[in-house]
Design a protein around this ligand. Structure first.
Ligand SMILES: *Cc1c(COP(=O)(O)O)cnc(C)c1O
Length: 372
């Protein structure tokens, strides 16, 4: 019997479940032909702020733009050093360079896979101007010691929440911590647009106004022909804002489903390390990542059985050709290096069925048992 494939992410199922609403929202933008900075942008920004429990949010053209602009809006400039975990998507580090600053990598914690606080401490010097904790896979970084460290050294904290929409730290929305938080709405993210999009969420009015100005050619609100600073064009697009407004209404429900799927995986999987959930965290499972020394064999076995997986990330950033200039040899970040060889992201999206999760777990267990 040929088994049906289980995708890593399946956006078609989600679209089918909201098709009428989505089609009408997109058609409405096209009917009105207001494609730039229309009412969907302002409404989405209000609705997303409410969702994040913050005062302001500013739509951007991507998560990468959000990070870059947030850094600049926080006053980061040439020569400043910014601390970034080494196990993350490259965009976290790219944004630092794009903002004119220098990337300083920190190793990650062996249990949560998020930035290691002690290692972060060791990197702080007078040039350090910000830390970017990444809430990797949907689990908040440990914000309390990070914020204490930042306060002690008078540096900024810009959260990379690109995988962590709706996550909470000690019962409060993740975006309520630090100076600003950045989100990606890349289609496969927990809240995904139908193209590239992102946002900055903050309680700081000045950061929000500066960010809005930078991403719209340096215009202050209401200005058309006056450019107060040299900015750029990194605006959220009106059609994407309309798409996001529809999907935002379902995000709580979709998040609950992700959490339930993770719970079921946790119960069923044997012989691999399942995700560690810190006591302070509401983990929203953008990715469900297990750990085993038999990773490569397991990935192949699952693939042979029609189950598609991912690795986030197979090459830690310091070993990427792009960061060769930092001259960090293998062995510089032992925890992240070990992880990169042992982690595997299993299928995770709200529309997964119980049967599919059972099949993934069974197939995983079969392989791990027989390999012993
Ligand atoms: C997706 C992602 C980004 C970048 O977002 P884009 O919208 O693709 O630019 C940044 N950081 C992390 C951790 C991400 O997962």
């Amino acid at each position: 019997m040929l088994l049906e494939k289980i995708n890593f992410v399946d956006l078609k199922k989600q679209y089918a479940s909201i098709k009428d609403e989505m089609d009408s929202a997109v058609r409405d933008v096209i009917d009105k032909t207001r494609f730039i900075m229309g009412e969907n942008i302002s409404r989405f920004q209000e609705e997303f702020s409410g969702f994040c429990q913050v005062k302001h949010s500013v739509g951007t053209s991507s998560g990468t733009s959000a990070l870059q602009i947030a850094l600049t809006a926080c006053g980061i400039k040439n020569g400043d050093e910014i601390i970034v975990p080494v196990n993350t998507f490259i965009a976290t580090a790219e944004a630092v360079t794009l903002a004119g600053a220098k990337v300083k990598f920190a190793d990650v914690d062996d249990k949560t896979y998020n930035i290691d606080i002690e290692k972060t401490k060791e990197l702080i010097n007078p040039k350090t101007k910000a830390i970017i904790p990444v809430h990797l896979y949907g689990q908040p970084a440990d914000m309390k010691p990070i914020l204490e460290l930042a306060e002690e050294h008078d540096i900024k904290v810009i959260g990379d929440a690109c995988q962590a929409h709706a996550s909470e730290y000690n019962g409060k929305g993740i975006a309520t911590f630090g100076d600003a938080s950045c989100f990606s709405f890349f289609p496969g993210k927990n809240l995904g647009a139908y193209g590239d999009a992102g946002a900055i969420a903050t309680n700081d009015c000045e950061i929000s106004e500066k960010a809005a100005m930078i991403l719209n050619h340096g215009r202050k609100k209401g200005d058309k022909y006056i450019h107060t600073v040299e900015g750029s064009n990194q605006r959220l697009d009106e059609i994407q804002a309309a798409v996001l407004r529809v999907k935002l209404r379902y995000l709580d429900d979709w998040t609950k489903k992700r959490i339930a799927h993770a719970k079921l995986y946790n119960e069923l999987i044997e012989g691999a390390t399942t995700p560690f959930e810190a006591s302070y965290s509401k983990h929203v499972y953008h990715l469900y990542v297990i750990r085993t020394k038999k990773r490569d064999g397991l990935q192949k076995h699952l693939n042979d059985n029609g189950i598609f997986t991912g690795i986030h990330y197979p090459v830690p950033l310091h070993l990427q050709p792009a960061y060769g200039y930092l001259k960090k040899v293998e062995g510089s970040f032992p925890v992240a290096e070990r992880l990169s060889k042992e982690i595997l992201s299993l299928p995770m999206f709200p529309e997964l069925t119980r049967e599919e999760i059972e099949r993934v777990a069974e197939c995983t267990n079969d392989f791990l048992k027989n390999e012993n």
